[in-house]
Design a protein around this ligand. Structure first.
Ligand code: KIV
Length: 273
């Protein structure tokens, strides 16, 4: 129990570090609304990221680039309302933390103050270190993110697994260390070759959360619609479907459509005198 709540101990930076130190794998997933966030929280997911994958999973964009700060504030606030225990992390969208550390501070401040996030996540290694340092110095917990950086997709020309060439291996090592030294409490490793990800996880003091980075991280992060089978366009190599919800939803809606059309729904049971 904590002073914050008489019922549950909320997950914060200290608890995330302790899970990793105890060898208890950290479970992280994305969510974008109160309903799904509540379900994840109820089953004991430790960290819920309001990812800018929101752009593709909920808002119908092709990339994360069009997602705005207002979008993240709006959806993070919804997730916050659904969660009692898990750590809620707001993802900083394209160009909200890159222009200057001061602008980053103002924008991250909105995600913490207006949306009630426990922490923010930002993409980028070495080059984002001064910004991470500034945020941490002001009391904003930062989750780093290196490897495949979806916000750089236009510059990179696609999603490319990192850590397969000597130059990329060296860059990933530098990025991981820079993020840790800047004060991030944990780091997402996305799309990094397994051997390198194991080496980075072993050498860092902060916990690593892998997504497409193999089993040797301190925890795993997945995009909720991918693991629930809601997103059907393709199954990314790094994901596993634990349900086929899109198909189940289609079946349920088809049954509803048929019953309305045939007059089988509603009956007296769903009606009032
Ligand atoms: O936006 C997102 O969902 C993410 C995760 C894939 C780490 O950044």
């Amino acid at each position: 129990m904590t002073a914050q709540s008489s019922e549950v101990e909320r997950v914060g930076v200290r608890q995330i570090r302790k899970m990793a130190a105890d060898g208890r794998r950290i479970v992280a997933v994305t969510a974008y609304d109160a309903l799904m966030a509540r379900l994840a929280d109820q089953v004991g997911v430790d960290l819920i990221l309001v990812g800018d994958s929101l752009g593709m999973t909920v808002l119908g964009y092709e990339t994360t680039i069009p997602v705005t700060l207002d979008d993240i504030v709006h959806h993070t606030a919804a997730v916050r309302r659904g969660v009692r225990r898990a750590m809620v992390v707001g993802d900083m969208p394209f160009l909200t933390v890159q222009i200057s550390p001061e602008e980053a501070l103002r924008n991250c401040g909105r995600v913490m103050q207006e949306a009630g996030a426990d922490a923010i996540k930002l993409e980028g290694g070495e080059r984002m270190a001064p910004t991470i340092r500034r945020l941490v110095d002001c009391g904003i917990p930062v989750l780093g993110h290196i490897g495949i950086l979806p916000q750089a997709i236009k510059a990179e020309g696609g999603y490319r697994v990192q850590g397969r060439t000597p130059a990329s291996i060296a860059q990933m090592r530098r990025d991981a260390l820079a993020v840790q030294e800047a004060g991030a409490f944990a780091i997402v490793l996305e799309g990094i070759a397994m051997d390198l990800s194991r080496e980075i996880s072993g050498s860092l003091e902060i916990p690593t959360l892998g997504i497409g980075a193999g089993p040797h991280c301190d925890g795993q992060m997945q995009v909720m619609p991918d693991i629930l089978g809601l997103f059907e366009d393709f199954v990314p190599r790094h994901t596993k479907r634990y349900a086929t919800l899109a198909e189940q939803i289609r079946q349920a809606l088809t049954a509803y459509r048929d019953e309305v059309q045939s007059g089988a729904f509603p009956t007296e049971e769903q009606s009032f005198q």
